[in-house]
Structures are given as structure tokens and as C-alpha cells.
Design a protein around this ligand. Structure first.
Ligand code: TGC
Ligand code: FAD
Length: 380
């Protein structure tokens, strides 16, 4: 694929890979085991210096990079750990993207420069305890009191919520679904952490509990009206996952390949057995197909012609195949495959979340199914 990338794209890929090798790989297994991301603020600032936060956005201290440069960044971050790519996706593609696309100039000036620098962390609250795949049925409400807005409800499974400085919260109003920019120190807002996860353990996840959170009139995102607004932000984040998931798969395949050359059974390296080679060959084929698909979608995004259905096609294929590669790599490592001394099981368990968040694989099958048949099957 390198022949299809520009020198600038190759340079960004190399810089992010170096950063991840220096700053993530040495600590990530321990963070994962502890179920913590203790250095998250430091990492966020460093990612800001790399230009990785709100990377494709223009102005406000953002890098204004191309879609493929952003994709390669996601690839290299997820090759280290999906949790780090998640941090960047939620900050840049969800929270910053929502403010950049739908915010007032005051909201942009207030939040985007500090978020691009990694000085402030954002989160994006769409999912609710009773409404995940079907966010259009959300119950969180924003009602007017004089010129103020008062928000009541509960969001759950929100990446970064417990450490966020600002939350983009989606709520039902008399005018339909609207988005709100909520500083997390606003009275009535709390963000308890969700613990005991067996996936994305090096990522902070929590709830957003909104108990009569009073906000001034200018907290609403003026440009966001209807469910299409949050779903449009999801398109951008899903695109990042199309690139990121093959990064996790690449790390697993590289590990399995190296292991197959050195691990001996029955007097020879296991890589010398045809059954192992069939696994390695199939994994390499699927990985490179996924990368070429990501690149194709990236070029379409740069040309302004990428559709939501094509993003669903990419997310469905690339996460599903990446997870399969991680699971197959696990078998190549035998018992060592389940150890944290190798990255394989960590990536495999991470991808179980990636398969579910940003739209489950079933939702993306239904989006593609609707595009093929013209029939909407979301409601039976
Ligand atoms: P539907 O009637 O189809 O659409 C409502 C309006 O939205 C528009 N639209 C989109 N716009 C932009 N991009 C998309 N992908 C869009 N999909 C739909 C649509 O045109 C319509 O606009 P308008 O103007 O006509 O009103 O809505 P529906 O209720 O039937 O639902 C469709 C469905 C199921 C595809 C949608 O609800 C969906 O995508 N559900 C999945 C929910 C989801 O992905 N949640 C993710 C939460 S965030 C997250 O997981 C972050 S993890 C981050 C990390 O750590 O990396
Ligand atoms: P449900 O919607 O209850 O689905 C359960 C099962 O039913 C799935 O297999 C689903 O595909 C299937 N199903 C549902 N409807 C249909 C149908 N019509 N036809 C066929 N099958 C169907 N959300 C945010 O808003 N912000 C975040 O930052 C965020 N971060 C997350 C981080 C992690 C680690 C995780 C795990 C989740 C995160 N989420 C976030 C939530 C995520 O987006 C939701 O989990 C996801 O959208 C699915 O919703 P659900 O879990 O409620 O599953």
C-alpha cells in the first residue's frame, strides 16, 4: 500500500508509529491489567502536539490534515491499543467535530483551541441505558426555563466522561433533538466511572448523569437540529475506526508471524506447518484487503464523495475481519496467546467493544441492506 501514499502521509504515519512505540507500548499492558489510563492527560497533550486531535478540522489550532493522514494516525494508534485511538476519536471526531460543525463562533473559540492542544478533554453523550442502537428514542430532555435550558436524563457507556472537561450532550427538546455544550463542572452533572470492563481497559468509560443541569441559552449548538446531527458526527468517527481496526489486526498478525518462526513443535517451527501457513496467508489477505478498502474510502472522503453507507460498509468489514485476525493469531500463539505478555488477547478483547460501539455490526449490516434493497429493516 505504501506506493499509494504520499511522502507526507508516510511521514505522519512514521511519526505516530514512533510516538506510540515510545509512549504507549511500554506501559499499555500494565494500564490494561490495572484497568486504568493513569497518564491520560499527559498523553492527550502529546497527541495535541502531534496534531492528532481534531486532525482534519480547519482553524482553531487544528492541523487541517487530509482524511488519509487522519486514517493512518488511527491505524498506528490502534496498533498500540484501541483505547488510545478511542481517546483521539472521541476528542476529535465526535466532541470537536460537533462543536466545529454545529457550534457558534463563541463555542468554537472557547473550546476548540484547548481541545486541539489536549489541554481540555471532551466526550460525546448519545447512548442511554435504554437506547443504544436506537438513539432516536432517547429520553434525556432539555426544556426551556426563561432563556435557560434545563437538562435531565442519563447517558451511559460514554468514553472519557469521568475525565472530561466538556461534554457534548444530545437531548430531546420541543424542537426535536438538539446538542448542548456542557462544561462538566456545571452543577447537577456527575460522571461516575464504569468499571469491571473486560475490554478497552486502557480507556476511561463512564456515565453522564444530568439532574436538572441548568445551562445558559448559548449552550445549545445552533447548527444541530434532528438526529442527523449526531449521526453525521458518528460518520467521521466510524471512518477513523475503518482505519484503526486493521492496526490492531496488523499488530496481532506480526506477533503471530514472529511466533510461528521461533516456536518449535514436533521438531520444527510451527510456521513450517501448512495449517499455520494457511492461517497466516488468510490473515495477510484480509488485512491488506481491509487496508486497501480504508484507503479507497479515505480518498473518497478527501474528494467529498464518501457516503454514510460506504462508511458502514467499511466499518462492518474492517472491524469484523480485524477481530477474526486477532482470534486466529491467538490460536497460533497457543496458551501464550491468552497472556498479556503478548498484545494479541488485549487487541481481541478491545475489538469486541469496537464491534459494538459506533454502531453495532448488525446496524451496519442493516444500513448496507437498506442501501441494497431500498427497504428499511431497522424496525422489523
Ligand atoms: P433515520 O431516520 O435513518 O435517520 C434520521 C436522520 O439522520 C440522517 N442520518 C444520517 N446522517 C448522517 N450520517 C449518517 N450515518 C446518518 N444516518 C442517518 C437521516 O438522513 C435522517 O435525516 P433527516 O434529515 O431525514 O431527519 O434514523 P433511525 O432512527 O431509523 O436510525 C438509523 C440508525 C439505526 C442507522 C441510527 O440510529 C444508528 O446509526 N444507530 C447506531 C447508534 C450509534 O452508532 N451510536 C454510537 C454512539 S457514539 C459511540 O459509540 C462512540 S464510541 C467512541 C470511541 O470510544 O471510539
Ligand atoms: P443494543 O442497542 O441494546 O443492542 C443489543 C444487540 O441487539 C446488538 O447485537 C444489536 O446489534 C442488536 N439489535 C438492536 N437493534 C436491532 C435491530 N433493529 N435489528 C437487529 N439487531 C438489533 N456511546 C456514546 O454515546 N458515546 C461514547 O463515547 C460511547 N463509548 C463507548 C465505549 C465503550 C467501551 C462501549 C462498549 C460503548 C460505548 N458507547 C458510547 C455506546 C455504544 O455506542 C453502544 O453500546 C452501541 O451503540 C450499542 O448500543 P447497546 O449497547 O445499547 O446495544
Amino acid at each position: 500500500m505504501d506506493d499509494l501514499l504520499t511522502p507526507e502521509e508516510l511521514g505522519i504515519r512514521a511519526a505516530v508509529r514512533r510516538w506510540a512505540a515510545d509512549r504507549v507500548l511500554p506501559g499499555v499492558a500494565e494500564w490494561y491489567e490495572r484497568g486504568e489510563l493513569p497518564v491520560v492527560r499527559e498523553l492527550a497533550r502529546e497527541l495535541g502536539s502531534l496534531g492528532a486531535l481534531g486532525m482534519t478540522l480547519e482553524g482553531y489550532g487544528c492541523a487541517g490534515a487530509g482524511a488519509v493522514q487522519y486514517g493512518l494516525t488511527c491505524l498506528e494508534l490502534e496498533a498500540a491499543d484501541s483505547g488510545i485511538r478511542s481517546l483521539v476519536s472521541v476528542q476529535g471526531s465526535l466532541a470537536m467535530y460537533a462543536i466545529h460543525r454545529h457550534g457558534s463562533s463563541e463555542q468554537r473559540e472557547r473550546w476548540l483551541p484547548v481541545m486541539a492542544a489536549g489541554e481540555a478533554i471532551g466526550c460525546f453523550g448519545l447512548t442511554e441505558p435504554d437506547h443504544g442502537s436506537d438513539p432516536g428514542s432517547m429520553r434525556t430532555r432539555a426544556r426551556r426555563e426563561g432563556s435557560d435550558w434545563v437538562l435531565t436524563g442519563r447517558k451511559t457507556w460514554i468514553t472519557n466522561a469521568p475525565i472530561a472537561d466538556v461534554a457534548v450532550v444530545w437531548a430531546r427538546t420541543e424542537e426535536g433533538i438538539r446538542g448542548f455544550v456542557v462544561p462538566t463542572d456545571t452543577p447537577g452533572l456527575s460522571a461516575p466511572e464504569i468499571r469491571h470492563k473486560w475490554s478497552l481497559r486502557a480507556s476511561v468509560t463512564g456515565e453522564l448523569v444530568l439532574d436538572g443541569v441548568r445551562l445558559p441559552a448559548d449552550a445549545v449548538l445552533p447548527g444541530a437540529r434532528g438526529l442527523g446531527a449526531p449521526l453525521g458526527c458518528l460518520g467521521h468517527a466510524r471512518y477513523g475506526i475503518v482505519w484503526g481496526a486493521p492496526g490492531a489486526a496488523r499488530s496481532c498478525l506480526e506477533t503471530a508471524l514472529e511466533y510461528s518462526r521461533t516456536r518449535e513443535q514436533f521438531g520444527r517451527p510451527i510456521g513450517g506447518f501448512q495449517l499455520t501457513q494457511a492461517k497466516l496467508a488468510d490473515m495477510a489477505v484480509e488485512l491488506h484487503k481491509a487496508l486497501l478498502l480504508a484507503l479507497h474510502l479515505g480518498r473518497r472522503m478527501e474528494a467529498g464523495s464518501l457516503t454514510p453507507e460506504q462508511i458502514s460498509f467499511g466499518k462492518l468489514n474492517n472491524v469484523r475481519e480485524a477481530l477474526e485476525i486477532c482470534r486466529t493469531s491467538r490460536t497460533v500463539l497457543g496458551a501464550n496467546g491468552i497472556s498479556l505478555e503478548y498484545p494479541v488477547m488485549r487487541h481481541a478483547t478491545n475489538l469486541e467493544s469496537v464491534l459494538t460501539y459506533e454502531g453495532t455490526s448488525e446496524m451496519h449490516q442493516l444500513v448496507v441492506g437498506k442501501a441494497l434493497t431500498g427497504l428499511d429493516a431497522f424496525r422489523g
